[in-house]
Design a protein around this ligand. Structure first.
Ligand SMILES: Cc1cc2nc3c(=O)[nH]c(=O)nc-3n(C[C@H](O)[C@H](O)[C@H](O)COP(=O)(O)O)c2cc1C
Length: 307
C-alpha cells in the first residue's frame, strides 16, 4: 500500500497530470482499466476564478472519479492564495504543485520548471500551499534545469522541509523537455534522501519500462503519462485486440461528446484517433480524415473504417 499523507492507495501506478488531456472522460476511461489516483489538468493560479466556466469545466468530477488529484501552477503568492481560496469549494484528495512544466510561456513567468532554479522560493510557495489546504500536498519537479544543474535531490529536500507529503520526479531536465533519455540516477537520489513517498515519471510506456523504473530508482510509485494515450490497457499490463481498441475508441468518443457537446467533443477527441490506431495498417488517410471530422457520426464512420 502507498500512503501519501492520509491518502491510502492500493495501486502503485498513478495517472499523471496532462494539460489538454486529463479531462473527466479520459480519467474515467483510465480508471475503468485500473488507474486509481488520477489528476486533473494543470490549473494556473492566475486564471482560476470563482465562477469561471473554464475552472468549473476543468474541475468537473463525478462519484466514480476518485481518488482525485488537482495540480496548481503559479509563482506569485497573491494569486496562489486566491486560488487556494477558490479551491476550498471543490473536493479533491491531493493537491500537487507544479515545478516541472517546461513551456516557454510558463517558465518566462518564473513558474513551473523555472522554480527548479530557486529552491528557496519554491519552498516558500510550498509552505503557503501546505497551510492553505486540508489535502496532502505534493510537488512535481524535474531532475534539474539543465544537465549542468541537476539538483532534484536538493529541491526535493527543500520541499520535504516545507511539509509536502510526497514528491513526483520527472527524470528529465527542463532543457530536455519530453525528449532524450530519463535520468534514473537523479530519481534514485531523491528516493534515497526523502522520508516521504517518491513517485517517478519518465518514459512509462510498457510493463518492462515500469519495472525498470522501480528497479533503477526504488521509487514508491510511478506516474503514467504518454504511455496512457490511446492505451488505457497499460494499467492492466495487457495488449488489446483490434476489436477492443475500436470499442474503446467509440466509448471514449461518445463520452467526450456527452461531456463537451458534439462540436467541441469531436474536436477534442480528434487527437486520440492517431494514438489509438498506432500500429494499424494503412491508417494514414483515415488519420487525415479524422483531423477534419466535425460530427460524431463522421468520426464514428472513420473509426469503423479503421476496424
Ligand atoms: C500532453 C502532455 C501534457 C502534460 N501536462 C502536464 C501537466 O499539466 N502537469 C505536469 O506536471 N506534467 C505534465 N506533463 C508531463 C507528464 O506528467 C510526465 O511527467 C511526462 O510526460 C514524462 O512522462 P512520460 O515520458 O512517461 O510521458 C504533460 C505531458 C504531456 C505529454
Amino acid at each position: 500500500m502507498l500512503k501519501i499523507g492520509d491518502l491510502k492507495l492500493k495501486s502503485r501506478l498513478i495517472l499523471a497530470p496532462m494539460a489538454g488531456i486529463s479531462d473527466l472522460p479520459f480519467r474515467l476511461l483510465c480508471r475503468k482499466f485500473g488507474a486509481e489516483l488520477a489528476f486533473v489538468e494543470m490549473i494556473n493560479a492566475r486564471s482560476i476564478g470563482h465562477k469561471s466556466r473554464r475552472t468549473r469545466s476543468m474541475l468537473s468530477t463525478s462519484t466514480k472519479d476518485k481518488p482525485l488529484g488537482i495540480q496548481l501552477l503559479g509563482s506569485e503568492e497573491p494569486y496562489i492564495r486566491k486560488a487556494l481560496q477558490v479551491l476550498k469549494e471543490y473536493r479533491f484528495d491531493i493537491l500537487d504543485f507544479n515545478a516541472a512544466c517546461p513551456a516557454k510561456k510558463v517558465v518566462r513567468r518564473g513558474e513551473g520548471a523555472s522554480l527548479m532554479k530557486d529552491p528557496k522560493k519554491l519552498s516558500k510557495l510550498l509552505k503557503l500551499v501546505v497551510k492553505g489546504t486540508k489535502a496532502p500536498v505534493t510537488v512535481k519537479i524535474r531532475s534539474g534545469w539543465d544537465k549542468d544543474s541537476v539538483n532534484a535531490r536538493e529541491v526535493a529536500l527543500y520541499a520535504e522541509d516545507a511539509g509536502v507529503a510526497g514528491v513526483f520526479v520527472h527524470g528529465r531536465t527542463k532543457v530536455q523537455g519530453y525528449g532524450g533519455s530519463v535520468d534514473y540516477k537523479s530519481i534514485k537520489e531523491v528516493k534515497k534522501a526523502l522520508k516521504v513517498p517518491v513517485i517517478a515519471s519518465g518514459d512509462i510506456f510498457s510493463a518492462a519500462l515500469i519495472n525498470k523504473m522501480f528497479d533503477e530508482t526504488g521509487a514508491d510509485a510511478v506516474a503514467v503519462a504518454r504511455g496512457a494515450l490511446g492505451n488505457p490497457w497499460i494499467f492492466q499490463d495487457r495488449k488489446p485486440d483490434k476489436k477492443e481498441v475500436i470499442q474503446i475508441m467509440t466509448e471514449h468518443l461518445n463520452s467526450c461528446v456527452d461531456f463537451y457537446g458534439e462540436k467541441r467533443g469531436v474536436i477534442i477527441w480528434r487527437k486520440f484517433f492517431g494514438w489509438y490506431t498506432k500500429g494499424f495498417r494503412k491508417v494514414r488517410p483515415l488519420r487525415e480524415k479524422s483531423s477534419r471530422a466535425k460530427t460524431s457520426d463522421e468520426m464514428l464512420d472513420i473509426i469503423r473504417e479503421a476496424a
